[in-house]
Design a protein. Structure first.
Length: 321
């Protein structure tokens, strides 16, 4: 859940130089024809900087589409592979997101609740679904500008420039993680006075903790971290005693606890449900059609079956009816 790094494709065109070899006797020419090679501008998340890949452009890049056990994509590239042939009829649907597991996962055996839901709703052989990895503020901007078709996991109050379906995509409960041996109890924001709280910047937490702020002057010390590993790093600091609590999405915290082996040493304090998150689309005729299609899918028997299965797989992340 980061706001510092962009994993974004850039097409680099490398054209072979035309060489003319003249034979000594007749001016015979040999022409070496050039072609187009697509490579990726790889960025590494770390402290908000973007590291440019300076490698040779002719190196074949790795496709970065997310594996999905629900609806396997056609054997086509995402942001960094070869472009489909013109006239192939392939029109990929491209969403943007940061790493926000278990909602959106780039480094896991499952692609994430929202990714599987989007693929179930939209993917077909002629229209594979791909995810572009970038920081969350940029994902919102790219969708608003129409450079991607939509984003995964936006709250309605995050952007007035996107089209939101009527149906929500996933729930967004909030929680505090504290050490299991800490007898402290949360009774409201004022009970955080004198405690050092770890938060992640980027994704909105929902009121009253939006943007990693503790409401009011309660005397809490807020320690903010950026980057996709911010939650894991905050939990490390919690275990080490450098902070007293971590605040984030309950789903994100639970996933990080399970994956990192922290569960026996940490307990979660429920802070209640926040407004749900959505698949949100660019404000174009196509984006508005996608929003209507998503609503129709969710309300269909097939959509109900998919959501029931995903709810079981991802610990009831579906929004309340």
């Amino acid at each position: 859940m980061s706001a510092g790094v962009v994993h974004r494709p850039v097409a680099a065109r490398g054209t072979l130089a035309v060489a003319l070899l003249l034979a000594a006797t007749g001016g015979l020419a040999v022409l070496l024809a050039g072609g187009t090679v697509f490579s990726s501008d790889g960025s590494h998340r770390g402290g908000g900087s973007v590291a440019q890949d300076k490698g040779p452009p002719a190196v074949t890049p790795q496709a970065t589409s997310i594996p999905d056990p629900v609806a396997p994509s056609a054997s086509l590239p995402s942001e960094s592979g070869e472009a489909p042939d013109r006239g192939s009829g392939i029109q990929p649907l491209v969403f943007a997101s940061d790493e926000w597991c278990p909602y959106v996962c780039f480094e896991s055996t499952r692609s994430g609740y929202l990714v599987e839901l989007a693929r179930s709703a939209f993917e077909s052989p002629a229209r594979p679904v791909f995810i572009r990895r970038m920081d969350w503020p940029e994902a919102l901007r790219e969708a608003a500008l129409g450079r991607v078709d939509g984003v995964l996991g936006a709250a309605r109050d995050e952007s007035e420039q996107l089209v939101f379906p009527e149906e929500a995509a996933a729930s967004r409960p909030l929680a505090l993680a504290v050490r299991a041996d800490d007898a402290w109890r949360f009774t409201g924001p004022e009970s955080l006075a004198g405690r050092r709280i770890g938060v992640s910047t980027g994704r909105r937490l929902g009121p009253p903790f939006d943007n990693g702020r503790i409401p009011g002057d309660v005397g809490a010390e807020v320690m903010r971290l950026e980057g996709e590993q911010a939650v894991r790093r905050n939990l490390d600091r919690l275990i080490d005693g450098r902070i007293a609590a971590v605040i984030d999405s309950a789903h994100v915290l639970r996933h990080a606890l399970d994956r990192g082996g922290f569960t026996p040493a940490v307990r979660l304090i429920d802070l209640g449900a926040q407004p749900p998150v959505h698949l949100a689309f660019s404000d174009t005729p196509g984006g508005r059609a996608l929003a209507r299609r998503f609503d129709a899918f969710v309300r269909s028997p097939e959509g109900a079956r998919v959501r029931a299965r995903l709810a079981a797989d991802y610990r009831a992340m579906e929004p309340a009816p």
